[in-house]
Write a protein that binds this ligand. Structure first.
Ligand code: GLA
Length: 377
């Protein structure tokens, strides 16, 4: 009897201790927890935050690049599994990797010939993709340490101040990105930015999705719908020609759900330039509210991802540069082993007066939102 009483109180004590040690990550409650993720080669401390919803959805985010390290979504049996590629430690992220899960800025996607003119002045940027600037230059926002602050529920606020002249861009840019997991199995990303001088801004997230799980084969069987009647064709260096071309009758027509692999190797000049899909779609939309940009379904797991955004464009990239040399999460990331859906303004907008403007002036606030919503069917 006394033995039972002793065991019961010991168990209760252990339980109470465990609860305090784990607080606030109690099951059934939205929570944010933080742990040390080591140091960069340059000695900067990096933290990893874990967001959890009451339903059990989870996201891990590191302060290096504000990168999403993992993100879980339910399959048709209701069980949550990771759906993005990622590395195992800070050294892995510094390898470097092709923007796995990272926040991209100051200008996501390409700026042609690594320069643009603004208010009569020409700004020269570092060329890090042939003759062009890709994803903010040599040391873009994906390679910076962001400051983090947990928000209410399962949310995390990240901030980064990019100095005037950083990577050639004018103006001190104060960027804020809030990641939120909701009870509807959504990951919401809200981006805001202000500047003290006229500049150009195009922020996005570069998560590599495989809805069957990271390293679980290619994404060629995933079925994709993109709500766009037009796309922006590119030249051989992947800079838009300026034309908004109808997708009808081309392998770029995803207005009806189609397997990624169905036409990816067609003899098409645009597909040859991209080595597959690596293009910006002109989303069908009216006004600036959140609207549905895309839906992807993976047949085996039944996982569905919808993409909703306030942005005018979507870069759909099919992991054409992955070649099996990167490994993480105990897996090998093979050619076309993931796809990205980067919501954004069109590439090279600073040099394309007919594209929606990416200019941000002092006194204005850049504000965009994207939602990745997960379900299964
Ligand atoms: C973007 C680009 C691609 C490629 C990847 C990273 O999606 O459009 O061309 O650079 O990033 O490898």
């Amino acid at each position: 009897m006394s033995y039972i009483r002793w065991t019961t109180s010991a168990l209760l004590g252990a339980l109470v201790l465990a609860c305090f040690a784990q607080a606030p990550a109690k099951k059934g409650q939205a929570a944010v927890s933080k742990k040390d993720y080591g140091k960069t080669a340059g000695g900067a401390a990096v933290d990893l935050y874990t967001l959890t919803t009451a339903a059990g959805m989870k996201a891990e985010i590191i302060t290096y690049g504000g990168a999403l390290v993992s993100l879980t979504a339910p399959d048709k049996s209701g069980s949550y599994g990771d759906v993005i590629l990622g590395m195992d430690n800070i050294k892995g992220y510094e390898t470097p990797v092709p923007y796995f899960g990272a926040l991209i800025g100051r200008y996501g996607n390409r700026i042609g010939k690594a320069q643009f003119a603004l208010d009569g002045k020409t700004y020269k940027l570092p060329a890090n993709d042939g003759p062009n600037t890709l994803h903010g230059g040599i040391k873009g926002f994906d390679k910076r340490i962001w400051s983090a602050k947990p928000g209410t529920g399962a949310s995390l606020e990240l901030t980064y101040v990019s100095k005037d002249g950083e990577e050639g861009f004018p103006g001190t840019l104060s960027a804020k990105v809030v990641y939120t997991l909701t009870d509807k199995n959504e990951l919401t990303i809200d981006y805001t930015a202000t500047t003290d001088k006229s500049t150009v801004v195009n922020l996005t997230n570069h998560a590599y999705f495989n809805l069957a799980g990271p390293g679980e084969g290619t994404i060629l069987g995933h079925e994709v719908m993109i709500n766009a009647d037009r796309f922006t064709p590119v030249d051989a260096t992947l800079i838009p020609t300026g034309e908004l071309k109808a997708v009808k009758g081309t392998p770029f027509d995803f207005t009806k759900s189609t397997a990624i692999g169905a036409r990816i190797d067609h003899a098409d000049e645009q597909l040859k330039f991209g080595k597959g899909y690596d293009h910006n779609w002109v989303l069908n939309r009216s006004g600036g509210a959140l609207s549905k940009a895309a839906e992807v379904r993976e047949p085996k797991t039944g996982r569905v991802m919808e993409v909703w955004t306030t942005e005018p464009g979507l870069q759909f990239y099919t992991g054409n540069f992955l070649d099996g040399s990167l490994k993480g999460k105990g897996k090998t990331f093979q050619h076309r082993g993931a796809f990205c859906m980067e919501t954004q303004h069109y590439p090279d907008s600073p040099n394309k007066p007919n594209f929606p403007s990416t200019t941000l002036k002092p006194g204005q606030t850049y504000k965009t939102s994207t939602v990745y919503r997960f379900s299964a069917k």
